[in-house]
Write a protein that binds this ligand. Sequence first.
Ligand code: UFG
Length: 329
Amino acid sequence: MNILVTGGAGYIGSHVVEELCEAGETVVVFDNLSTGHRAAVHPKAEFVQGDLKDAASVNRLFDDHHFEAVMHFASYTLVGESMAQPFMYLGDNVSNALNLLRAMVEHDVKRFILSSTANLFDDPQRMPIDEQERIVPGSPYGESKFIIERLLHWMDRIYGLRFAALRYFNAAGASPTADRGEDHAVETHLIPLILKVALGQRARITIFGNDYATPDGTCIRDYIHVNDLAQAHILALKALDRGSRIYNLGNGQGYSVKDVIDTARAVTGCDIATEIGARRAGDPAILIAGSDTLKRELGWQPRFAALRDIVATAWEWHRTHPNGYGLDQ
Ligand code: UFG
């Protein structure tokens, strides 16, 4: 298939592009490189630098290529930032998706995969969280993804555009080749921050609260390896001809912040210094995905379900790329 991947130079997008290229698909990456890295793009993919804000250039992209499917990752993605800058999220995230959808409809492209989020579940009634859980966006970021899911519902109903929305829990890890991994200009995620302590780039990791209602008092999350997440995109794309679908995407296992730190100590052999800090605003105590529907309907099976394997691949990336993509940053 000829596949357009927006945000294909970013952390998750670049790993999906890697899996698509290795599976023999033809991939065009469209990315403005505001947070992504040119060096993260698989050498077999065509790279077009551009911005979804610019509807004319999005249209040109569709005029110049015959796409059969679109995977949409290009987005602002930080929960905390979205509370401070809601218009970037409720505005740009949504209007950029509209530019993309309009170009798709005008060029008769009918398959779409959305990178959605567990930030739709701010007040879960059951754990693990399955697709029946009620939607309570936790921030303008989560709300922006929910609005796009709703846009897709109407695109399907009116134009027959088939979509899959994949609601990720905590994407982590790095390509087993260690050719690509997580490299954010301002890092906020737990695993890379811990590994930067192991590398000596940071003095310690601050645990955001140890008074949650969990066994060790720290927050519990469901970490999913980024290449397993990528495989789910490929399976979802193949299933679109049987109809649109929405899946929660995690391993179905929760690990506390302390579990992650202990695992990183075992993987790296480094004594990782910690300190207890205040709770981070907006962090729910526990988020664990129910991914049984995805497993049952699409046969998805994670290759790196164990936290140790996830952390080990991340460590291999950070150890071999202490400055991330380096010059390209
Ligand atoms: N944490 C710390 N110290 C840190 C960083 C994080 O204790 O320095 C804790 C957080 O409080 C949280 C856990 O580690 O309990 C994981 O935090 P991350 O920032 O790595 O990830 P989040 O769970 O906050 O967010 C991720 C994605 C979001 C998505 C969300 C949905 O980054 O985009 O999962 O669950 F919306």
